[in-house]
Write a protein that binds this ligand. Structure first.
Ligand code: SF4
Length: 494
């Protein structure tokens, strides 16, 4: 499973004063974006934002009023559905005149429910969502909410490659980029939903290479929400990667639902990585999440090679450590096969960070099966896990399974695993204290801190911060002290 969770690798997002002035000059039409769910959704929102900009719209932060509010939804759990509805209602309350447009997975699965929410004017399913701007006029003149919901095809796809002028503007000299701070959204005013408006790409960007999934795990709604697996044309993804690097992106995160299955003619994910590795200016390649059993072993060698840009990081969803539950989930491996893959990776790649997703409370999961999961997670060299209580999704085989687990037990089991994850992440961080590692620095955060990631996914907060703009620079720091789920680092004095 790639979509239940993604490593927290949200793209950087801020808007420079110059960029804003430039855009004000272009247009008075304002559009805001509200993204829920996974990294793939965020990358699709970024592309939508680009196409709006190209058509003269001004992209505004999602805390400001806008003429069009685009909500990119998620539907992996019941909780996601409720959150989508809550965001839509809040938006309508704050922007009663805005045209609310809803796209994404929930729009595919339940368009009528969305269309019935007050303020919604346009709902677009997965097949046509990237053509959103083509439907605005029709929706504007329609008397009721317009629903665009054709069948999802299985065709290879391309994505529009639209240069982001604002990103190029943002590459102005460092002393001027410091004005960015004036445009931060204060933490207290950020709404509850995830994903600030994406207006420029810098440090890190997603590269979507694949969509949909054929694996049909019994709990998963994604093959219905996003369709069956399909792949991006190789020349099209090369074009986007090249453009991103020209705009200043230093790290590309390979993104999709099931990226390990990528196939375009004879080309696979290894060819995508080979291409990126040769791209001048790019510093790092990261894979966002990849299904166990789909990882080409050569990637271990790439990660081991210090000169290679593929960083030592995997996110390999486990879901359960019990063979009986894995079978009911229709996962394609046993607990032993998963453990073998993790051990081979960890033994080959020094300092490797491995994250995983785990689901608790799958129907019929008993105490012993849960214990098997706990024990496996405990013994494997995993760095962290994202824990999800099972959520029954209508239309999936697991929805109808008997012996659903009570919410209290799911809650207890989630808590036990989350505590274990915190402990393991701390232990992973501990082993690097005193070492010096390169950090790719990001924009200053609203709390004033500047931070970035090491290659092996340790978030480092700068201790001896003199206020300089370090964004996009890959600089070594000494890792000094644990700081919650991050590490405090200092520049090494020469
Ligand atoms: S069907 Fe399985 S592999 Fe495919 S997205 Fe869902 S959980 Fe992941």
């Amino acid at each position: 499973m790639s979509l239940l969770s993604e490593p927290d690798l949200s793209s950087e997002s801020d808007t420079s004063a110059l960029e804003q002035q430039e855009e004000v000059a272009q247009s008075n039409k304002r559009v805001s974006f509200h993204t829920l769910g996974c990294r793939l959704n965020q990358s699709e929102t970024d592309q939508l934002a680009r196409s709006f900009k190209q058509q003269g719209y001004r992209v505004v932060p999602n805390t400001e009023s806008a003429d069009i509010c685009v909500v990119n939804t998620c539907t992996v759990t019941e909780h996601s559905d409720a959150k989508n509805r809550q965001v839509i209602r809040t938006l309508h309350r704050l922007n009663p005149e805005a045209m609310i447009t809803v796209v994404g997975c929930y729009a595919q699965i339940n368009p009528e429910a969305i269309a019935s929410i007050e303020g919604v004017r346009l709902v677009i399913g997965s097949e046509e969502k990237m053509r959103l701007t083509d439907f605005l006029e029709e929706a504007h003149s329609a008397k009721t909410a317009l629903i665009i919901h054709p069948k999802i095809t299985k065709n290879t796809f391309t994505a529009p490659v639209i240069p982001d002028r604002s990103a190029i503007l943002a590459k102005i000299p460092v002393n001027q980029t410091k004005t960015v701070g004036q445009n931060w959204i204060p933490a207290h005013s950020v709404p509850q939903w995830d994903g600030a408006t994406m207006t420029q790409k810098n440090t890190r960007a997603s590269l979507k290479i694949q969509d949909g999934c054929d694996f049909m795990c019994s709990f998963c709604i994604i093959p219905f929400a996003r369709g069956r697996s399909r792949y991006r044309e190789f020349s099209n993804l090369k074009e986007e990667a090249t453009m991103l690097v020209q705009e200043g992106v230093r790290e590309i995160v390979i993104t999709g639902v099931n990226v390990g299955t990528y196939q375009f003619g004879k080309l696979t994910i290894v060819d995508v990585i080979d291409f990126l590795n040769k791209l001048p200016g790019l510093a790092r390649i990261r894979i966002s999440s990849i299904e166990p059993t789909t990882v080409p072993e050569i990637l271990f060698q790439y990660m081991k090679d210090e000169q290679h840009k593929l960083v030592p990081f995997f996110h390999l969803p486990l879901q359960s450590g019990s063979d009986s539950i894995l079978k009911k989930m229709k996962r394609r491996y046993s607990a032993t096969q998963y453990a073998d893959e993790i051990m081979r990776a960890a033994e080959t790649v020094p300092d490797l960070c491995i994250g995983t997703d785990v689901m608790v409370g799958f129907p019929q999961e008993n105490a012993v099966e849960f214990e098997n999961t706990f024990n496996l997670l405990d013994k494997l060299p995993l760095t962290y896990f994202h824990v999800f209580p099972f959520s029954a999704r209508k239309g999936t085989p697991a929805f109808k399974m008997n012996e659903q687990i009570s919410p209290q037990i799911k809650q207890q089991r989630s808590e036990i695993l989350r505590n274990l994850s915190t402990k393991k992440r701390r232990a992973f961080h501990q082993q690097f204290l005193g070492q010096t590692r390169n950090v790719l620095w990001e924009s200053r955060k609203p709390d004033g801190n500047i931070s970035g990631y090491t290659d092996n996914f340790i978030r480092v907060v700068l201790e001896d911060d003199d206020g300089a703009d370090l964004r996009n620079q890959l600089l070594p720091v000494q890792l000094n002290a644990l700081n919650g789920q991050t590490i405090l680092g200092k520049f090494v004095s020469s």
